[in-house]
Design a binder for this molecule. Structure first.
Ligand SMILES: Cc1ncc(COP(=O)(O)O)c(C=O)c1O
Length: 432
């Protein structure tokens, strides 16, 4: 007999939130912590969007509403997607969700049976792997390797497609690498999908960072490629691009009205609906002329920080860091530092059980936090299946420049603090 159902053990998590417990311990000890862990803009929501929500609440627009999303907001989403992806989207194919996260679960519930195979990027947003394992599907990580600039080729994808493939997840701009799939890459990927997959296979394209691009890059979607619209679930939302993480506002465009009806039914079963005053504020974000300048201001701040932080990290011996083209993360390789500090040898010396519960990058991550007051995320926080031997950290640069400079200075100090690392292992005993 067990209190918990067996399946709950296969549900993963998002360490960006979970690390809060360790940060709280450090804060309780009186430490100052530079937080590079959470993926959210350090900008507040623009005033015109806030005003719209307040007006709507005061006007009494605070009741249940259409579980698929209010029609004016779905129309605004359909217009935005049609314009930016060169498609003609009917609002009946749009479902509004509380953030861009629920459609991940909804897609697994709608399309994937136990034993089906799901291809997803790794490193990638951890919730993909979490739901794949939870629904009893076979996880098939698509490795984004550093050598290929954290991209993958159409052939890399093609090699993973089998007769059991049911869902293929793409994410561009990418969390955690900041990689962006070019139009040419998407053409090749679409060709492989058209040629090698069954008609009932679905593509899930997570485009929640669509507004956050650097160096004049423009957003491209797999859904715009030939033959893809009818098999692709397009997902995005307001959390990142419009600095609205706490509002919980996202959406999915489904290939058919029938599939949209299932997502609506899932909303009915779980949340009923997204608050209508929040949807009205979301509509304002798409329709107001004040939004463009607010987004541009935020993105140029991220780009300035990116320009500085990549150089500063590469200047730390033992660290190499690529130049992200979008989102607000950097994903440095820390293998050299882990070697120098003795992290690799300490990991090798651990009893098998303890070693399996952690990794060199997780050990360095915790050392950075507990001994130097810098909160980052380790490689395995972005999908752990097949991640052995990869040594990376993710830093969110959605942090003011002064804190960014302070955090990187602490990382530089930590990177030569071999004695401190030994003390940390003896003191904290995190993996005993
Ligand atoms: C790739 C990706 N997809 C989805 C989400 C979830 O976004 P939301 O906060 O809108 O649910 C995130 C948030 O970090 C993300 O990075």
């Amino acid at each position: 007999m067990a209190v918990q159902a067996a399946r709950i053990k296969s549900l993963g998590t998002e360490n960006a939130f979970k690390l809060g417990e360790d940060i709280a311990v450090c804060l309780d000890r009186g430490m100052d912590v530079v937080k590079f862990n959470l993926g959210e803009p350090d900008f507040d929501t623009a005033p015109h969007i806030n005003r719209k929500a307040i007006e709507q609440i005061e006007a009494g627009n605070s009741h249940y509403c259409d579980p698929a999303g209010i029609l004016p907001f779905r129309q605004a989403i359909a217009k935005h997607v049609s314009k930016t992806r060169g498609l003609d989207i009917d609002p009946d194919r749009v479902v509004v969700t509380p953030g861009a996260k629920p459609p991940i679960c909804f897609s697994m519930e709608t399309y994937v049976d136990p034993g089906d195979e799901v291809i997803y990027p790794s490193p990638g947003f951890p919730i993909y792997e979490s739901w794949v394992t939870f629904v009893g599907a076979k996880p098939v990580p698509l490795e984004l390797s550093e050598e290929k600039g954290f991209a993958f080729s159409a052939d890399d994808l093609g090699e993973l497609i089998t007769p059991k493939t049911k869902l293929i997840i793409l994410n561009s701009p990418s969390n955690p690498t900041g990689g962006v799939l070019s139009k040419a890459a998407l053409e090749g990927i679409a060709r492989v999908i058209r040629e090698r997959t069954r008609p009932d296979v679905r593509v899930y394209t997570d485009e929640v960072y669509e507004h956050i691009l650097f160096d004049g890059e423009v957003h491209n979607s797999i859904a715009s490629e030939e033959g893809m619209e009818e098999k692709t679930v397009i997902v995005s939302g307001h959390s990142k691009g419009f600095a609205m993480t706490g509002w919980r506002l996202g959406w999915a465009v489904l290939p058919t009205k029938e599939e949209a009806a299932i997502f609506k039914q899932l909303n009915i079963n779980i949340v009923s609906c997204v608050p209508p005053f929040i949807q009205e504020a979301g509509r304002e974000a798409y329709e107001s002329s004040e939004t463009g300048p607010a987004v541009a201001k935020m993105v140029s701040a991220f780009e300035r920080r990116r320009n500085w932080v990549v150089g500063a990290l590469n200047a730390i011996p033992g660290v190499t860091c690529q130049n992200p083209k979008g989102a607000f993360y950097v994903f440095p390789n820390i293998a050299g530092v882990c070697e120098e500090l003795g992290v690799m040898s300490a990991h090798r010396a651990m009893p098998a059980g303890a070693a399996a519960r952690t990794s060199p990058s997780a050990m360095f991550q915790m050392f950075l936090l507990y001994s130097h007051g810098v909160a980052t995320l380790d490689r395995n926080s972005f999908g752990s299946i097949g991640a052995e031997g990869q040594h990376f950290l993710r830093l969110s640069i959605a942090t003011g420049m002064d804190r960014l400079e302070e955090g990187v200075a602490r990382m530089r100090k930590a990177s030569v603090d071999a004695d401190g690392f030994k003390e940390f292992l003896d003191r904290e005993k995190l993996w005993d």
